[in-house]
Design a protein around this ligand. Structure first.
Ligand code: MN
Length: 289
């Protein structure tokens, strides 16, 4: 099932060019009091809500997808976890000082993988937008890059997850853009401005993607193909990323893991149109303001 959040926090099921408004399902969410429970209420309840969502299809309005504003399919992640240097050819290109700025080296001598050396990093969840919103560059005179990545959306609270159980903790998948200012500052600073994490166009439930490590994906900027790879080339694969992240952090429903970007990162500018696509998920277009 392809589940989107659109316009003023409505929930839809996408079928082709049509969105079935199933927002009636939101009446079944728990009412909450302070302190709010950690994690995204809707994503955390998704399994329980599925029969109602299916029943709502066809009952509410059917809307043309092209006329809706798509928001991030996750409204309230507690964190966005991201993998640096997780495709071999991106590790090589990151040796370019215009990318690493003498700080974020691609070398990982003595370690089996770059992630063994550098670990994972966090992006601020307040930087999250959907593809119906615009990327805003706070420093338009600096180098601002696109990074297209498979995004994993966690469905259940979990900690110390085994490799064997890892995919059972996943609610679904989406396209992620890990927008990045190049420079010497910490990753959490350069990758966390408002609008620098794009998630969309919708959440595809995990049952539709039994093998996340075999998905073709790409991004075009103003029509030019910039990145094209397959998640089969991930150095640390999706299961292992969940193992590593949950070894460190409690994962909550709606938490997002950006799995890393392949070679071909490059600049975007004011007015750029980004068109990203991942097999079995779909296509999305997002504009730089
Ligand atoms: Mn990235």
């Amino acid at each position: 099932m392809r589940i989107c959040r659109f316009d003023h926090d409505r929930i839809g099921v996408v079928k082709g060019d049509v969105v079935h408004d199933v927002s009636g399902v939101l009446a079944e969410l728990d009412s909450v009091r302070w302190p709010l429970p950690a994690g995204d209420l809707f994503v955390g309840a998704l399994d329980r809500l599925r029969p109602t969502i299916k029943a709502e299809i066809g009952r509410g309005p059917q809307l043309p997808l092209s006329e809706l504003q798509l928001l991030s399919p996750v409204a309230n992640p507690t964190k966005i976890i991201a993998a640096p240097l997780n495709y071999p050819l991106h590790v090589l290109e990151a040796a370019d000082s215009a990318i690493n700025h003498g700080v974020h080296y691609g070398t990982h001598d003595g370690f089996e993988t770059p992630i063994d050396k550098f670990g994972l990093f966090l992006k601020s969840p307040t930087g999250l937008i959907g593809c119906g919103e615009e990327i805003v560059l706070p420093f338009p005179d600096r180098r601002n890059d696109h990074e297209v990545e498979l995004a994993v959306i966690i469905g259940r609270k979990c900690r110390h997850v085994s490799r064997q159980d890892a995919l059972t903790r996943v609610a679904g998948y989406a396209i992620g853009l890990d927008m990045t200012i190049r420079g010497p500052e910490d990753r959490s600073y350069r990758k966390s401005p408002d609008s620098f994490s794009v998630l969309g166009p919708w959440l595809v439930t995990a049952d539709e993607i039994p093998e996340p490590d075999a998905l073709e994906f790409s991004i075009r900027v103003d029509g030019e193909l910039r990145q094209h790879s397959n998640t089969a080339r991930l150095i640390v694969d999706v299961r292992d990323l969940i193992v590593r992240a949950s070894a460190l952090y409690t994962l909550y429903p709606g938490d997002i893991i950006l799995t890393g970007t392949p070679e071909g990162v490059g600049e975007v500018h004011s007015g750029s149109l980004l068109e990203a696509s991942i097999e079995r998920i779909g296509d999305m277009q997002v504009r730089v303001a």
